[in-house]
Design a protein around this ligand. Structure first.
Ligand SMILES: C[S@@+](CC[C@H](N)C(=O)[O-])C[C@H]1O[C@@H](n2cnc3c(N)ncnc32)[C@H](O)[C@@H]1O
Length: 238
């Protein structure tokens, strides 16, 4: 189950997401038993409410977060970036189908080298992306750099379940059931082996909070959701 550093090699991650992209949304709904939408909506609710806001969603994938943001915040514009062309292609189609192409700009970019000026956005989100970034502190620093002073960086990610009744069945689910279902539906072997390892190895919420603080964000808070399966960390740019 231990992941070596090369498992998060950016080129490998890029290829993996482009490979699973066609079944990504379906598997998300299925494997999370449909709860993933609630997690994303909670994360989005942490964004600062600003008139005609400009938000950035990094590792936007198939644009679920970007689409939720424009639904929830009338007048807001979102830029969604990702480095997997396969995921972006599906994201662009969804944005077009939803009639939101005038409010969501979908672009290719790496989280660790964002192509935006300092202090550009009112809020920056990342959902289920930071775990896959080899140098995740660099990614968070970049999000902090492009957000305006007083703006928020909102990070939704899987975290370590501590609930003593839920821990064992959850571990069984993610290490046995999830790779099995993932492989059957996606038809791809490796990707759904990587997923449980990356989920189990990601730092717990306290350790992650400290890492976020080390990037210079202040007033970092976190909320555990669904028995601590996921956590939303929110930091403010001073
Ligand atoms: C699990 S998906 C999450 C997608 C979407 N945010 C969601 O909520 O469904 C992770 C995404 O992170 C992207 N990603 C991982 N590392 C990245 C990086 N360094 N730069 C840009 N995107 C990255 C992948 O391409 C993939 O689309």
């Amino acid at each position: 189950m231990q992941l070596d550093k090369s498992a998060k090699d950016p080129a490998k991650i890029q290829t993996m997401f482009s490979t699973i992209a066609p079944r990504y949304d379906l598997l998300n709904r299925l494997l999370s038993l449909g709860i993933d939408g609630c997690w994303r909506r909670f994360a989005i609710s942490q964004l600062p409410k600003v008139k005609n806001a400009k938000y950035l969603d990094v590792a936007t994938g198939t644009c679920d977060v970007a689409l939720e943001i424009v639904k929830r915040y009338p007048g807001a514009k979102v830029t969604g970036v990702d480095f997997s062309e396969g995921m972006l292609e599906l994201g662009r189609e969804k944005v077009k189908k939803a009639g939101c192409h005038d409010r969501i700009d979908v672009r290719f970019a790496d989280v660790t080298a964002l192509p935006f000026e300092d202090n550009t956005f009112d809020g920056v989100t990342i959902a289920f992306g930071i775990r896959n970034v080899q140098d995740y502190k660099k990614g968070i620093s970049e999000m902090g750099r492009v957000v305006k002073s007083g703006g928020k960086v909102v990070i939704l990610e899987f975290t370590s379940v501590q609930n003593k009744f839920f821990k064992a069945p959850y571990r069984f689910y993610i290490t046995k059931a999830l790779p099995f279902i993932g492989e059957i539906i996606s038809g791809k072997k490796g990707a759904y082996k990587y997923l449980p390892s990356s989920m189990l190895e990601f730092p717990g919420p306290e350790e992650f909070k400290k890492a976020i603080e080390e990037t210079g964000l202040k007033d970092v808070r976190y909320y555990k959701l669904t028995f601590g399966v996921t956590a939303v960390h929110v930091g403010t740019k001073p």
